[in-house]
Design a protein around this ligand. Structure first.
Ligand SMILES: [Ca+2]
Ligand SMILES: [Ca+2]
Length: 322
């Protein structure tokens, strides 16, 4: 080879740089993502009906493939909703992950994942027998592993579909500085989700939001979250008519829906400040904060939100009277 020493050295360095750059950001945490040899590590979401267990059948298909020559063929028994394959994924804790899979065939399915901190549920997707579709969700994982599933959804379906090219990649976020956040005040009515805005002269800013759905009750959405590496608290001025089944949640909905925090209101039928958190910017991600509520016979009013790294704000400070 007619290459100078310097060129050889440069080439080796460049290769090492490219390999490390490529593999740091693109490391796939899924053990068997392409099914090119077998279905090892994959199992089915079991459904118990009475004393019988109905399981989907998993096999390797050389009929359909998104990558290489093979994919995983899934045949669901159609007895119940939520049938399909899953796998355990070992990850680094306290990090956000982008989870994706290519799917083709028949049926309406959902990509979802469960670990420490509960479920993330993705959109309901009608599969096509003619083209591959990508299913994608974002998950913040507190622990060292989670389980992901691709399951039939909204109703039981006896269908055949194929999955391939499964990926779990770390979400890259900027490193934020450890800045202190003095209390920031937001009025709920400026970030109202799918709930009603009510005028009230006694409310801060003359308005509050009110919701009474049993679920998917977005009081506030797209609320900005501060860019700090420190832990942050979200204080809510709420009024709740309901019972002990009522709840208020802090949610992220960038891709799929993940409840990061859920609390039962401490007092009913009077305005109170509720402290939630702590949260980190890495946990919330870049999609903004959603404040959600639900429960039977519930009405929740949300007037003001205060966000701060301070964990000991008093009612007087939160009301802005000091
Ligand atoms: Ca494949
Ligand atoms: Ca208000």
């Amino acid at each position: 080879m007619n290459r100078g020493k310097g060129g050889w050295y440069f080439g080796v360095c460049l290769s090492i740089f490219l390999i490390s750059a490529c593999c740091y950001s693109e490391k796939n945490f899924v053990k068997n993502p392409d099914f090119e040899e077998n279905a090892e590590g994959w199992f089915t979401y079991e459904q118990q009906v009475g004393d019988k267990t109905y399981q989907s059948t998993l096999s390797i298909s050389d009929f359909e493939a998104y990558t290489g020559k093979f994919s995983l063929q899934v045949q669901t028994p159609g007895v119940r909703v939520l049938q399909g394959p899953g796998t355990n994924v070992a990850v680094d804790p306290e990090h956000g992950y982008i989870i994706s899979v290519m799917a083709k065939g028949n049926g309406k399915v959902m990509l979802c994942a469960n670990g420490e901190g509960g479920w993330v549920r993705g959109a309901h997707t009608e599969l096509s027998p003619d083209k591959w579709k990508e299913l994608k969700i974002r998950r913040f994982e507190k622990g060292h592993s989670f389980t992901m599933y691709i399951v039939t959804y909204t109703e039981g379906q006896k269908v055949t579909f194929y999955i391939d090219n499964v990926k779990v990649i770390k979400e890259e976020l900027p490193e934020y500085p450890p800045v202190e956040i003095l209390p920031i005040r937001y009025e709920s009515e400026d970030y109202a989700g799918n709930s009603e805005i009510v005028e009230d002269v006694n409310a801060n800013g003359g308005k509050y939001v009110e919701g009474s759905r049993q679920w998917d009750n977005k009081l506030v959405s797209n609320l900005p979250f501060p860019k700090t590496s420190k832990q942050v608290y979200i204080y809510l001025k709420v009024w709740v008519k309901g019972d002990n089944n009522s709840y208020i949640s802090i949610v992220q909905e960038k891709m799929g829906r993940q409840e990061l925090y859920t609390a039962i209101p401490p007092v009913f039928e009077q305005w109170v400040w509720l402290k939630t958190g702590p949260f980190t910017a890495r946990e919330i991600g870049e999609g903004g904060v959603v404040i959600s509520s639900g429960g039977t016979n519930i009405t929740v009013k949300l007037d003001t939100i205060v966000i701060s790294t301070q964990d000991n704000l008093t009612d007087i400070e939160l009301d802005g009277k000091k």
